[in-house]
Design a protein around this ligand. Structure first.
Ligand SMILES: NC(=O)c1ccc[n+]([C@@H]2O[C@H](COP(=O)([O-])OP(=O)(O)OC[C@H]3O[C@@H](n4cnc5c(N)ncnc54)[C@H](OP(=O)(O)O)[C@@H]3O)[C@@H](O)[C@H]2O)c1
Length: 359
């Protein structure tokens, strides 16, 4: 497989740190440079990230010495050295939209974790096992931007990374409506217990903008390409409540689902077990071998025990049973900064690389 030089924009943040650990030793992607805000620019990475480094493994030695670029002031310098960038920054939405388009127009593709472009109609929002075909909209986007190589592709929100994959193989039974309550880790806010001690022994019933993202984004993922845009699906109706819970990593969801043609419990379990996507067929480096994993033990999945399944790239499911108001209810779990953020973006980049979009 061809080798690609890559950069990380927002390298000092929680998601940026995950990118560093995932790219260390990656078989196709060589981490070439790091960028963040002017606060970090010009400093060696170890100094710029300082005490914020929250990964379990130490900063790779060669990465620690890299001098951090200014993500906005150094766009041309960065674009000239890499084949594409990963982007996860904490900035205002309009600033992120402008920043990502500036990289694309400098002929540097952007694989983004940010929400700013998720509803731009010609920007694909890809879960590689579910809607890999949406990458085809990149041709229309390049035409709009006037680029040959440059484009923006985005990852969806971390809250939905367990229940959208769980519902996807069940769409053949006509999923009419779903209700999901999510129990979300503090790393989803870029925090640890050291930086957010108020979360110890606490639950906060509000995560700004999260419920809207959790309800609307699945419809784009299940949408279809029509000419130069992606048209959202109109079903299923999804309603959510998103809570912040005292957990370091891992978003759990309690899901209720109603079908047009109610399947049996065995049919649902079989659909989960047999589900395979393009990443599994292509054996992409970060593809989990078994994406959806059902646990028969009613005590599972547990955040602490199961979030790291298949390197944090798999989804864990359990407690499937009949419901008195919906047809069924179940629980599902996914690692928010791995499958839900950096890992999902790396898998998307592997898909785009395999399909030639970075050439
Ligand atoms: N954490 C998750 O689980 C998760 C999941 C999905 C999506 N996301 C999204 O990913 C993005 C980053 O999240 P995070 O949790 O990693 O945030 P974070 O830990 O707060 O990190 C933010 C990053 O943005 C950089 N930054 C801030 N202002 C900047 C500027 N003006 N120019 C360039 N870089 C700037 C910071 O650099 P400095 O260190 O120099 O300030 C830092 O590298 C957000 O859009 C978030 O919504 C996060």
């Amino acid at each position: 497989m061809k080798q690609y030089n890559v950069g990380i924009i927002g390298a000092t943040g929680m998601v940026g740190q995950r990118f560093i650990t995932l790219l260390s030793g990656h078989p196709w992607f060589n981490l070439k440079l790091l960028a963040a805000s002017p606060r970090s620019a010009g400093k060696p990475y170890t100094e710029a990230v300082g005490k914020r480094w929250a990964m379990k493994t130490p900063i790779p030695e060669e990465v620690g010495k890299m001098v951090v670029y200014d993500a906005t002031a150094d766009i041309d310098k960065i674009a000239s050295q890499v084949d594409f960038v990963f982007c996860a920054v904490d900035m205002k939405k309009d600033e992120i939209r402008a920043l990502e388009e500036a990289y694309a127009k400098a002929e540097c593709p952007v694989v983004s974790n940010n929400s700013a472009h998720r509803h731009t109609p010609d920007v694909p929002m890809i879960i590689p096992e579910i809607n890999p075909d949406h990458a085809e909209i990149i041709n229309a986007q390049r035409k709009r931007l006037g680029t040959k190589r440059g484009f923006v592709a985005v990852k969806s929100n971390c809250s939905l990374q367990s229940y959208v994959p769980a519902l996807h193989p069940l769409m053949k039974f006509g999923v009419k409506a779903a209700l999901a309550c999510t129990y979300q880790a503090i790393s989803g806010a870029g925090k640890t217990f050291e930086t957010w001690p108020e979360m110890l022994d606490n639950v906060i019933p509000y995560i700004g903008g999260e419920e809207e993202k959790s309800e609307i984004e699945p419809l784009k993922i299940w949408g279809h390409i029509d000419g130069d845009k992606i048209v959202d699906a109109t079903e299923p109706a999804i309603t959510t409540q998103c809570l912040r819970v005292p957990v370091s990593d891992g978003h759990m969801a309690a899901v209720f689902v109603k079908f047009e043609n109610k399947p049996t419990i065995e049919e649902i379990k079989t659909a989960w077990k047999e589900f395979r996507g393009i990443p599994q067929e292509l054996e992409l480096p970060h593809a989990p071998k078994q994406f959806l994993n059902y646990f028969e033990d009613p005590n599972r999945p547990q955040t602490k025990l199961d979030r790291d399944l298949e390197g944090g790239m798999a989804v864990s499911l359990g407690r499937l049973r009949e419901d008195s108001q919906y047809d069924y209810k179940f629980v599902c779990l996914s690692h928010n900064t791995l499958r839900g953020a950096a890992g999902g973006a790396v898998l998307m980049a592997e898909l785009l690389a395999a399909k030639g979009y970075f050439d």
